[in-house]
Design a protein around this ligand. Sequence first.
Ligand SMILES: Cc1cc2nc3c(=O)[nH]c(=O)nc-3n(C[C@H](O)[C@H](O)[C@H](O)COP(=O)(O)OP(=O)(O)OC[C@H]3O[C@@H](n4cnc5c(N)ncnc54)[C@H](O)[C@@H]3O)c2cc1C
Length: 393
Amino acid sequence: MKHARVAIAGGSLGGLTAGLLVRDLGMDVTIYERSPAELEQRGAGIGFLPDSYRYLVERAGMPLDEISTFTTRIQYLSRDGGVTHDEPHSYRFSSWNMVYRSLLEHFGRDRYMLGCEMTEFASETGGVRIEFADGKTDEVDLLVLADGVSSRFRSQLLPGVRPEYAGYVAWRGMTPEASLDSSIRNVLDDAITYFIYANSHILVYPIPGLDGSLVRGERLMNFVWYRNYHDDGDLADVLTDSNGVQREISLPPGAARVHHVDELHAVARARLPSVIAAVVMAAPNPFLQVVYDVEVSRMAFGRACLIGDAAWVARPHAAAGTAKAAADGWALAAALESHDTVEEALAAWEPEQMQLGRQLLERTRRIGARSQFDGTWKPGDPELIFGLREPGR
Ligand SMILES: Cc1cc2nc3c(=O)[nH]c(=O)nc-3n(C[C@H](O)[C@H](O)[C@H](O)COP(=O)(O)OP(=O)(O)OC[C@H]3O[C@@H](n4cnc5c(N)ncnc54)[C@H](O)[C@@H]3O)c2cc1C
């Protein structure tokens, strides 16, 4: 298997990590990314868990302190801005851009094919035949499907599986620290800061600046604000962009209609503590991601496999989506290394990754229900700590 030919559909964080790891085994890897240009600021800030930075630190030799911010406390504010809960706990945060750029630099651009949309694949004796939108074809030994939450290949392989709307979306934005008053910066500086109110919650944390700066005052304050929208027209309306096109998964920066941004700002002013409202008000071009659950019944299909958000999708409350995608890649490389055939490796790889996805989905469903529907979110509850395998891990 050492020189096996491997194709990866999707060149985001999951596809890149798997591609790097499988290439490190000596395999001949090409990543095919549908987007015609290199990807940008997909997810703003990310909670940076050990699996998310493992490749960059262990294999690419990047010091963790150069690619992430560090917070030492978890704090909750009351409506009037008082601190109602303060707990020592360290987290690392990075930005989607920084992680993507670092992984891509390490993979190189020779075998990172932009503007290549994979459309079909068929397992044949001894290989997998793949097809692209431009009519080109190729034949490989292993196909890794890392095509994200709206994966066409998941739909083809598991036609009954659909992303299930969680009942709420995440409004997100990033505010340059420099644009915030120093009294606000002092409150938010080295903490992750939460505010919980009826059927909603918002969190704010510092991430690297757009130029990667980790210097205090040059970073960005990232917010994630979970807000409920009914599925009977309310959601479709907020997802209709400024050109009148209804999106399904997200609204990128600049696409939200002005009256929805005005409403966001009005609610921020009326209902959030003033320091958090200030971050929301000053964030240029807030954007939106719909929160979905996806539950799959299989991840391995002969010589092809689903990884990352193309397989299980869990709500963001454990900050573990990128970590899960990376963990799928690490386990895949280990299985390929210790088995004689691709089919045997994938069959051995699948059960643990299925369990990982299922556990994460169940945990994040419980957490989301507490704030968005049940009103039972309790600051200090150990289950709320970020982590892939369990809280804190
Ligand atoms: C609100 C929110 C907050 C989040 N916060 C965090 C966090 O703090 N920490 C964290 O770790 N995760 C977080 N996540 C989750 C994280 O963004 C995802 O889990 C992660 O990006 C999944 O990566 P992926 O590579 O599997 O898929 P994606 O990033 O979705 O990438 C899929 C790629 O496949 C490409 N593609 C699609 N179809 C084709 C095709 N046919 N051919 C070729 N290419 C194709 C797409 O263009 C895309 O680049 C958050 C998610 C949300 C919604």
